[in-house]
Design a protein around this ligand. Sequence first.
Ligand SMILES: Nc1ncnc2c1ncn2[C@@H]1O[C@H](COP(=O)(O)OP(=O)(O)OP(=O)(O)O)[C@@H](O)[C@H]1O
Ligand SMILES: [Mg+2]
Length: 274
Amino acid sequence: MKTQKAYGSPKPIGDSSIDTEIPSNEIAISIRNLTKEYVLKSETVRALRGVSFDVPNGDYVAIMGPSGSGKSTLLNLLGCLDKPTSGSFLLGDDDIARMNDDQLADIRSQRIGFIFQSYNLIQQLSVVENIQVPLYYQGRLGAEERQRAIELAQRVGLGDRLDHRPTQLSGGQQQRVAIARSLINDPSFVLADEATGNLDSVTTGEILTIFDQLSAEGRTIIMVTHEDEVAERAKRIIRLKDGSLHLDELISQDRREAARQEQAAAVAELLARA
Ligand SMILES: Nc1ncnc2c1ncn2[C@@H]1O[C@H](COP(=O)(O)OP(=O)(O)OP(=O)(O)O)[C@@H](O)[C@H]1O
Ligand SMILES: [Mg+2]
């Protein structure tokens, strides 16, 4: 198979046998010199200052970096929620940077699932209805779609909470509704901004297990996190600093497994003390 050196190839950490060559037909996301400027009255904020990298199909990437370094800005661009100021962004063969708002909305609803730190659930709707919200915008709300929403609720462990409203759920349960909602259109890409930021370690472990499953299904996952133990569950960590790519490293299978075991041990200890 034809391979090309991935742009700004990630450096293997702890295992030099990791192959960083990405077959060119398997690159899912390719960004080059991506910039984002926010123009305010008195100043222009350069939130991203020219970021370039490739993401192969099925990759699992954690984006890290200090507060204000541009993580959410980058994730919002990758999720087609916002447009770059300059640079190129290919999603598969689609040139996202040139698309208009309607085209971006189509890409979002067909291929991308987005999970927000603050859940963004609609308070008046039940669990099942919230999961169906992305379909509502497409006018698809039949019995079949409802059944799919119920199955997703069951999948994230909310089979016995179908008719609850968000205020009747814990933070972790609300985040699971948000994950189920992100999956309703069967997206190839799942993007999560601090999905575990507000959660205790037991619930964080449950959410990360769901992400492991989504990754095993072949979905491409990109998540923003502040926590090392969360990031080390991914296959790769991209670090931003002042709006630029600072480090791009691959996580060895051993290190991922160690992070998983450490997490499980911490949870077991907590449960034993409870
Ligand atoms: N809508 C906006 N208008 C103006 N400036 C913005 C806007 N959104 C973000 N910024 C600025 O862009 C920079 C990057 O913000 P961003 O939200 O991407 O950071 P972050 O890495 O996600 O930080 P955190 O870890 O605190 O969530 C910051 O300086 C921020 O103040
Ligand atoms: Mg952020």
